[in-house]
Design a protein around this ligand. Structure first.
Ligand SMILES: [Zn+2]
Length: 244
């Protein structure tokens, strides 16, 4: 099985964007074992090898990534990609200017920190400029958010971002076209492992939130793991159908 794992924040709030430090430490221990290969995201996407392999992605660029996640990953030589909204750096995750119920308000890394992390080997990808709902913006705003974010990463860090991550997993055919004009790949919030027929700008990911707790991730690739993914997908589809 090949999959992209999604993390956001390492904190104790129990919110849907959070994983507690103990669960994260367990994940790192498993990922550092030889049971599964951890590849840089672009390498995983370019490979078709059938062996168990994952890539680690962290959305939003929280300060706690540098404090808690990166030191542990680095100690084990595990590569990761951080998706950054380029005009929110140094601010916080009140994307729409107010607190979100059930979501902790947390500080975001600034450009100095991002530069430091990039020098230390962290991959950085695009998460738009302002973490906007891209299906709701007009054509010129869409260009700003998609092309502008790539330009910001080039100017600030001298890097050519090849991977985009849709804020809130929000995209439609128009957004996908705009992203495909600028980036080689794009990540969604569709909960599935990678498959042979994935469209390059509609890549599914597995949110690590669902693998908290004992032996959450350790059965990766097994029949029981696949069954759990299928059940989780069905529960999510049902929730969507009920409009929750
Ligand atoms: Zn995000």
């Amino acid at each position: 099985m090949r999959a992209i794992l999604t993390y956001h924040s390492i904190d104790a709030s129990g919110s849907p964007i959070s994983i507690d430090a103990a669960s994260f430490a367990r994940h790192v221990k498993f990922l550092a074992s030889s049971r599964v290969r951890v590849l840089p995201l672009e390498e995983l996407l370019a490979s078709t090898d059938a062996q168990d392999a994952v890539a680690l992605t962290f959305d939003d660029g929280f300060v706690n990534f540098e404090q808690l996640a990166w030191p542990a990953l680095r100690a084990h030589g595990l590569p990761a990609t951080l998706f950054v909204p380029t005009r929110r750096t140094g601010g916080d995750n009140r994307w729409e200017g107010r607190d979100e119920p059930g979501i902790p308000t947390l500080p975001l890394l600034d450009w100095d920190a991002l530069g430091r992390l990039h020098e230390q080997g962290l991959s950085i990808g695009s998460h738009s400029r302002t973490h906007a709902w891209l299906t709701r913006v007009d054509a010129s705003q869409l260009r700003e958010e998609v092309e502008g974010a790539r330009e910001d990463l080039r100017q600030r860090l001298g890097l050519d971002a090849t991977v985009f991550c849709y804020p809130y997993g929000d995209f439609d055919a128009r957004v996908e076209r705009a992203v495909a004009n600028c980036y080689r790949w794009a990540c969604t919030t569709e909960f599935a492992p990678l498959g042979p027929a994935d469209a390059p700008h509609r890549l599914p990911r597995l949110d690590a939130y669902y693998f908290r707790g004992a032996s959450g991730l350790e059965s990766f690739g097994s029949a029981s793991f696949r069954l759990r993914l299928a059940l989780r997908r069905r529960a999510r589809a049902l929730k969507r159908a009920l409009g929750r």
